[in-house]
Design a binder for this molecule. Structure first.
Ligand SMILES: C[S@@+](CC[C@H](N)C(=O)[O-])C[C@H]1O[C@@H](n2cnc3c(N)ncnc32)[C@H](O)[C@@H]1O
Length: 258
C-alpha cells in the first residue's frame, strides 16, 4: 500500500450535519437515515453472508456489519483510519480490517467475492479517471446475485461541479480537481469534492450490475436553502426537494452460462 493520507479529520462534519435533515418524522433523526437504513436492511437480510466495506473510513458500516453478518472484511488506504477501525472492531472475531485498496485486495485474494459490498462516500473525492476502475473492482468483488450499495454526493444536473472543501463557493475545472486529488501531499484546501448529478452517477455503474434502487438523502433544512443555493449556483426553491447525497442499490447479474 503506497502512502496515503485522507485530507480531512471530519471536524467539520457536525456543522454540516446540523444543516441537513432526513425529512422523516420531525426531522430530528439522522439526516442519512434513508441510506443507513437501506444498508442495515441488506445486512440483516444477508446475515449468513459476507460483507466487504471498501474505503471504510472510521468504520461505521464495518461495525454495523460485524454485529449483523457472518464475516466482514474492511479496506481502508489511510493507515490512521485503518487502525481506528481495527480498534473499533477489535473484539469481533468475524471482522478483518486491511490497509489496502480494492485493487490490491483483488491481487492478494484472486477470486474472492462477497455477498454485500459497500462503497460509501468515496468516489466524489477521487480523480475522475480512477472512478471507473474502482467501480469495476466493486463489481468483481461482488458475488453473482449479490448486492452492492454505492453512495456519493448529489446535485441537480446543472449544478454538478468540482470544488475544494475549504473553498466550496469556488468551482474549479476537472483538470485542476484531478491534479489536486492525485497529489496526496497538498492538504491545504481539504478534500477535493465532485458533486455528481444522478445521471452521471448512474452512467458510471458497470454493466455487471442491475440497478435495483436509486434514492437521495440528507436534504437541506428549509432555513439553509439560501446557503446551499449560493454554493450550487441555483435558486433556493430549486433545492427544496434535492438531497445532498444519493445512493444506488445494485445487484450483480448472474454469470452467463458458458
Ligand atoms: C468520506 S470517507 C467515507 C468513509 C466511510 N465509507 C463512511 O461512509 O463512513 C472516504 C474514505 O475513502 C477512503 N479512500 C480514499 N481513496 C480511496 C480509494 N481509492 N479506495 C477506497 N477508499 C478510498 C478515505 O481514506 C476515506 O476514509
Amino acid at each position: 500500500m503506497q502512502d496515503f493520507t485522507y485530507k480531512d479529520n471530519e471536524a467539520s462534519m457536525p456543522a454540516l450535519s446540523a444543516m441537513l435533515t432526513s425529512r422523516m418524522g420531525d426531522g430530528s433523526g439522522n439526516h442519512e437515515a434513508a441510506h443507513l437504513d437501506t444498508v442495515r436492511l441488506l445486512m440483516a437480510a444477508l446475515a449468513d453472508g459476507s460483507l466487504l466495506d471498501v474505503g471504510c473510513g472510521q468504520g461505521r458500516f464495518t461495525a454495523a456489519g460485524a454485529a449483523l453478518m457472518r464475516e466482514v472484511v474492511a479496506l481502508e488506504p489511510d493507515p490512521a483510519r485503518c487502525n481506528w477501525t481495527r480498534e473499533l472492531v477489535a473484539d469481533r472475531e468475524n471482522t478483518t480490517v486491511l490497509n489496502l485498496l480494492a485493487t490490491e485486495f483483488i491481487e492478494q485474494h484472486p477470486g474472492r467475492q462477497f455477498d454485500l459490498v459497500i462503497l460509501s462516500m468515496v468516489i466524489q473525492h477521487l480523480a475522475t479517471d480512477s472512478v471507473p476502475q474502482l467501480l469495476a473492482d466493486v463489481a468483481r468483488l461482488t458475488t453473482p446475485g449479490g448486492m452492492a450499495v454505492v453512495s456519493t454526493t448529489h446535485a441537480l444536473e446543472k449544478a454538478r461541479c468540482f470544488f475544494l472543501q475549504h473553498a466550496p463557493e469556488q468551482h474549479i475545472g476537472e483538470a485542476a480537481f484531478n491534479d489536486y486529488a492525485r497529489d496526496n501531499q497538498s492538504l491545504d484546501m481539504g478534500l477535493p469534492v465532485r458533486r455528481f448529478s444522478r445521471s452521471e452517477f448512474i452512467a458510471l455503474i458497470p454493466d455487471a450490475f442491475e440497478i435495483v434502487l436509486w434514492n437521495q438523502f440528507s436534504y437541506y433544512r428549509p432555513e439553509q436553502l439560501g446557503h446551499f443555493a449560493r454554493l450550487h449556483r441555483v435558486a433556493p426553491d430549486e433545492l427544496s426537494d434535492v438531497g445532498n447525497s444519493q445512493y444506488l442499490v445494485l445487484k450483480k447479474r448472474a454469470a452467463l452460462a458458458a
